[in-house]
Design a protein around this ligand. Structure first.
Ligand SMILES: CCCCCC/C=C\CC(=O)SCCNC(=O)CCNC(=O)[C@H](O)C(C)(C)COP(=O)(O)OP(=O)(O)OC[C@H]1O[C@@H](n2cnc3c(N)ncnc32)[C@H](O)[C@@H]1OP(=O)(O)O
Length: 243
């Protein structure tokens, strides 16, 4: 699945809806046993949640958007397929979550590319299921420090921390992703799928059990004037950076 929503593959409501429909089709196709996620936009895997979906909109819109974000994560983290992220560009916040939610992450070894859960830098707080996914990948200490500081890690640092599993030159990315996929698909599906489910069930169940509470928490938090102001300032900063 190739993300192609220029300029930065931000995760808008439309993007997320299309992602979920595409994933469901693949999940229901008995001939499809694995998916490689990558980007068709140069230098960007995904810039994370579309900030304009969280700024200046109604409470109803925030709730609809957040349910879609939850749905995307539930489907991808709970997928029976082998999922490989071929990270060919920067991947902050929600973009990093997509990579973390996969079974394996390969990143292009470009010193300009960054990845991480930088929510704290925007004055917002990554929800518990982002945190759980991060902890399950890199361990508690690395996740705690990285989340509190809202760190965006270079590709080599992300590799050292275990946030990505492998680094490759850009020209080798697709070949490497296909080789990893072949290795994972060589196992009997039922054994791999049951093991995956056993490893992820507690974290998935936790969101399912608290889904509406999590929506309300997001809506209350994001609609606070102080948070809206932080997000507006952040968008302004992104636009000024270009001038
Ligand atoms: C209980 C509360 C829970 C809240 C939980 C929230 C959870 C997750 C939060 C998120 O995912 S928030 C998104 C965080 N993302 C970022 O911080 C990344 C911001 N973007 C960048 O750093 C850079 O854009 C980039 C991705 C490194 C690319 O840099 P580049 O120089 O190539 O491009 P830009 O000129 O900066 O951007 C082009 C264009 O896109 C707009 N844009 C960038 N990112 C976003 C975004 N995430 N949402 C919406 N729009 C975005 C940027 O403003 C530019 O717009 P124009 O100026 O061209 O109009």
């Amino acid at each position: 699945m190739k993300f192609k929503s220029p300029p930065v593959n931000s995760l808008s409501l439309d993007f997320i809806t299309e992602f979920c429909i595409g994933l469901e089709k693949l999940e229901n196709n008995r001939e499809c046993r694995g998916v490689i996620f990558t980007s068709a936009v140069p230098n960007i895997f995904s810039s994370g949640l579309d900030i304009t979906e969280m700024c200046g909109k109604s409470m109803e819109h925030y709730a609809e958007f957040w349910r879609a974000v939850q749905e995307m994560w539930l489907r991808l983290y709970g997928s029976n397929m082998v999922t490989v992220a071929a990270v060919n560009g920067s991947s902050p916040a929600g973009g990093c979550l997509i990579a973390l939610t996969c079974d394996y992450r390969i990143m292009v070894e470009n010193p300009k590319f960054v990845i991480g859960l930088n929510e704290a830098q925007l004055g917002i707080v990554a929800p518990f299921w982002f945190k759980d996914t991060f902890v399950n990948t890199v361990g508690h200490r690395v996740a705690e420090r990285s989340l509190q500081l809202g760190s965006l890690h270079s590709a080599s640092e992300a590799h050292r921390l275990g946030l990505v599993d492998e680094l490759v030159p850009e020209v080798k990315l697709q070949e490497k992703a296909a080789a990893v996929m072949a290795q994972w698909l060589a196992l009997p599906d039922h054994a791999r799928q049951l093991t995956k489910s056993m490893m992820r069930k507690a974290v998935l169940d936790r969101l399912v059990a608290h889904r509406e509470e999590d929506v309300q928490n997001f809506v209350n938090f994001i609609s606070k004037e102080s948070i809206q102001k932080s997000l507006r300032m952040y968008m302004e900063m992104l636009k000024k950076k270009k001038r």
